[in-house]
Design a protein around this ligand. Structure first.
Ligand SMILES: Nc1ncnc2c1ncn2[C@@H]1O[C@H](COP(=O)(O)OP(=O)(O)OP(=O)(O)O)[C@@H](O)[C@H]1O
Length: 688
């Protein structure tokens, strides 16, 4: 909307694309350059001289890094010079966000140099942890287990990244754990993850990428993912969150027991800001995490009150580790300053970030800004019979939203958690033993039994007809078999995700987008009905993006030519064979002509036959090449062909291959082919 005379119109395309000239930024030692870039616009940053790091990960000199939709900072210990220039402005990236280039260097919305930073404190925290790690080598005890607490936007994730990056830089292998379902670490939002970091983090991508994101210049990390499709840990009074945290802690402890490097280095746990809000139930969840991960160091950021509470509750108390008594292992509570650079991210920015995480899971990082370092992926569409799927849905009440789902415990089978063959014991898994010496946080046994009883796992199987609400949401494919009990489904780790593009209840079909081709694994799935929020028209939004990419990215990346289908390969091989015969025949013919007078006429006739055969071969080869291009072109635009492609992907690979994540990643790598053709094909398939 515009007001006449005030020129409050939408910024023009020209203004979007007006590239600011490259700026040079000189950073004195111990300072940082803070910058904010809007979604849809990108900036390019190059380190010209000196050394610099982004949240602990060092920038390479003369390498161009592209940033888009980010609020970040580049710090230097010894001083450096940066060159900042405008990148591309992509108008077809993300829905609901108008790409705007700001007035800062390179089109940043905001950018400035800050000389007061808490980086020395953070580095000291790292060296203190290093001292503890060194002690583990001699004594045999486990490395430090660090818990980061603080309100929202206090910089917890940033400190987790810095401590992880510094640890990997000195050759350690920390296990980073993300317990914040509102943002995914190496995964989509709505998950709790853990990953062992042996190699550097990704400057542009934050934590980096997993093998499911395709090839990457930075070594990929393999995360362990559990589904928690709720925005807050307090949903259902933590009765869903706590068992999943226990499960994750069990896996992390198991890894530490088997991996000497991880055991020595320890773990770094990032938490959601709501745990530090003082709301009812938050202290119980903090206690659960401290107990399950046998935390030894609690770092509090940006809240004096929380720090004081934590000191009272935990400081100098023995940790819950089995070896705590033997080594006299005690918890220490530490306060670190919140960086002045921490910015509040509004709801729209966070929503767009989540959308980007989901889109990039399926389409690659180039979905946000095509650049040489981004990856373009090619997901597959398929049509599934809903009745053949085993889809589970959490039927719980949100902390913020009282009217919710059809939670009716009577509908949940009593045998679900204690059924034959199910050895799950909620008393063990859901409740952590309170820390010795810690009082005041024990949970009321009545309320505990409310959530640990056999009928309390609020997971219900979604029965046909397929609910319309499935559209535009994610399905998490678990490792649990389709016959698993709700407890097993909840406790199972995740293989991958499907995006439900549309639902046809009358036909009992759903159209899904999968990161890899082939048959969808026959496993139990968890429907992310509540969280992450709907991503409307994931496919439709991308049509414009694909067109843009066809000109920019595909040409730039010079992707390898699409391999021929087997039938056309045979035609071309035949043509090549005839070509060979032609050349050979030509040679023979010339030879025979030259000695014609010495041999019989019949042989000369034969040489002419060879010549004709060769000509036919040449013609066939030319036709096959021409036809291949025609076919390729048709493939892009023909709806029917899209349907054939869809059928192929449904009846393709056996599901067992999906169990192995490395295999899946390999499949994913091989699926990184010409985007334009495959995407249009996928879209034509999904729209019909
Ligand atoms: N020194 C800094 N300069 C510029 N931006 C920063 C700095 N430190 C953190 N930020 C940015 O501030 C925002 C909030 O930081 P961060 O995500 O680390 O907070 P958090 O406590 O983990 O938040 P939440 O609890 O909401 O997940 C992020 O976008 C982060 O990149």
């Amino acid at each position: 909307m515009s007001l006449p005379g005030l020129e409050l119109t939408q910024p023009s395309e020209e203004r979007h694309h007006a590239a600011a000239p490259p700026s040079q930024i000189n950073l004195p030692p111990g300072s940082e350059w803070r910058f904010e870039v809007a979604f849809g616009h990108s900036i390019k940053v190059k380190l010209l001289t000196g050394t610099a790091e982004l949240f602990g990960t060092e920038l390479a000199e003369s390498q161009t890094y592209t940033f888009c939709g980010t609020k970040s900072a580049i710090y230097t210990w010894y001083g450096c010079e940066l060159e900042v220039s405008a990148g591309e402005t992509n108008t077809a990236t993300l829905d609901g966000v108008t790409p705007t280039a700001g007035h800062g260097a390179g089109g940043c919305q905001s950018e400035y140099v800050a000389e007061e930073t808490p980086m020395v404190e953070y580095a000291n925290a790292h060296f203190a942890l290093e001292t503890m790690r060194d002690e583990t080598q001699d004594s045999g005890k486990d490395g430090p287990r660090v818990l980061l607490l603080g309100p929202e936007n206090a910089g917890k994730t940033t400190v987790a990244k810095i401590l992880t990056a510094y640890a990997t830089k000195v050759g350690r292998q920390p296990i980073a754990v993300n317990l914040d379902p509102s943002e995914g670490m190496l995964s989509v939002p709505g998950t709790l993850t853990a990953a062992a970091f042996r190699t550097m983090l990704d400057i542009e991508e934050g934590w980096g990428s997993s093998p499911m994101s395709g090839p990457s210049s930075v070594p990929v990390k393999l995360p362990l993912v559990y589904s928690y499709p709720h925005p807050s840990p307090l949903d259902a009074d933590g009765s869903v969150y706590r068992p999943i945290v226990s499960r994750l802690a069990l896996s992390v402890t198991g890894r530490m027991a088997e991996d000497e490097d991880s055991r020595e280095t320890g773990i770094i746990v990032d938490t959601p800001g709501i745990l530090s809000s003082g709301k009812p139930g938050t202290l119980e969840i903090i206690n659960h995490i401290v107990t399950e991960f046998a935390i030894t160091t609690i770092i509090v950021l940006g809240s004096e009150r929380l720090y004081s509470d934590m000191v009272k509750q935990y400081d100098n108390k023995p940790s819950s580790s089995a070896s705590a008594d033997a080594f006299d292992e005690r918890i220490s509570v530490v306060k670190l300053s919140k960086s002045g650079g921490c910015v509040d991210r509004d709801a729209a920015f966070l929503k767009t970030t989540r959308e980007y995480q989901i889109k990039s899971y399926f389409f690659g990082t180039s979905v946000i800004s095509p650049s040489p370092n981004t990856v373009t992926l090619s997901p597959h569409t398929s049509q599934l019979d809903f009745a053949a799927l085993s889809v589970y849905n959490y039927t719980v009440t949100s902390a913020d939203d009282e009217e919710e789902d059809e939670y009716d415990p009577s509908q949940l089978s009593m045998g679900d958690s204690f059924g034959a063959g199910d050895n799950y014991n909620p008393a063990e898994s859901d409740r952590a033993t309170p820390l010795p010496g810690i009082v005041g946080l024990s949970v009321d046994p009545a309320s505990a039994s409310n959530h640990t009883g056999s009928s309390s796992i609020p997971l219900k199987k979604a029965l046909p007809p397929a609910p319309q609400a499935l559209a535009n949401t994610l399905l998490a494919i678990t490792h649990a078999p389709t016959t698993a009990t709700p407890a097993q489904v909840r406790d199972a780790s995740i293989i991958g995700f499907l995006y439900v593009a549309s639902v046809e209840p009358e036909k009992g079909k759903i159209h899904v987008l999968a990161p890899v081709g082939g048959r969808v694994p026959q496993r139990a799935m968890i429907w992310a009905k509540r969280w992450p929020d709907e991503v409307i028209g994931l496919l439709n939004d991308l049509v414009g993006f694909i067109v843009t990419l066809s000109a920019a990215t595909v040409a730039e990346k010079r992707s390898p030519p699409k391999p021929l289908t087997f039938g056309w390969q045979r035609v071309q091989l035949l043509g090549a064979f005839f070509n060979g015969v032609l050349l050979f025949g030509l040679g023979i013919s010339v030879f025979l002509q030259s000695i014609e007078r010495f041999i019989s006429l019949q042989e000369v006739q034969n040489s002419k036959l060879v010549l004709i055969m060769g000509s036919v071969g040449f013609g066939l080869n030319v036709i096959s090449v021409l036809f291949f291009h025609d076919h390729d072109h048709d493939h892009d635009h023909d709806h029917d062909h899209g349907n054939e492609h869809e059928q192929d992907s449904v009846s393709g690979l056996d599901s067992s291959s999906h169990d192995n994540s490395e295999e899946a990643s390999h499949m994913r790598d091989s699926a990184t082919v010409d985007l334009v053709e495959q995407k249009v094909c996928a879209i034509s398939g999904i729209l019909t």
